[in-house]
Design a protein around this ligand. Sequence first.
Ligand SMILES: O=C(O)CCC(=O)C(=O)O
Length: 266
Amino acid sequence: MMRKFSVSKQQIRQFETDGFLMVRDLFSAEEMDLLLQISKSDTEKQDQLHSAPDTEGRESRLWLTSEPREDIYNAFARCHRVSEAMEKLLGHEIYLYHYKMMVKEAKVGGRWEWHQDYGYWYHNHCLYPDMGSVVIAVDPATTANGCLQVIKASHRCGRIEHGRFGNQTGADPKRVDLLLQNLEHVYCEMEQGDALFFHANLLHSSDPNQSDKPRWLMICCYNSRHNPCNDLPGHPSYRYLEKWPDDRIVEVGCKQWTEMRSVAED
Ligand SMILES: O=C(O)CCC(=O)C(=O)O
């Protein structure tokens, strides 16, 4: 059965207070099976994977794009369940900034330093932190395989200084320590199909994957229309977001999966 979701006033208040909102079971098993099968067999995207090694040289890998295409990734990023919820949570008209796959393979997947996404995006000349992301669990994410961690309500502290750690950008560790002494540290364990909406100033990180299970997360990021920024590949300035009906996920996903299989059999 196709899911519907409309964010409630209480959930909007919770997002404003905490800087994040977990929505369990936002996507059905059928939708998640398609995303998992397609993304894990997608040789074109695998070729685009690049690495942002952590300070110990472990592999934190990702592909990232803002390309509008008739594919399952766009169907997730544009579907009403996500795009309308994000618009209500941020309180502004939004557009798709990019979508990406965060790949942490079993045993070798690296850590992500504590950071605010706005710590990165500020340098793209985004004027305001009126931006947000949704994390979609492609694999179950647990403390063992390096689920996302957040510092609750840290989005209200404003932008924190960021520096370089390995090949990553990370928030000032002294300020992170101070925040961890005062605010709640939350491990966001997720089942396949759960979704986590979070604000661009929320501090988040993740541990290396030392388990024998992969941890893939799809993350879709949005900017507000009123927020000017550089027009960069993968980080574009405003372009109208075409929202897709929720049932396009299965429709587009089945078509893409059939095409991928027929190419593989040729
Ligand atoms: O994949 C992860 O664990 C971290 C992702 C992240 O921090 C980000 O995309 O900003």
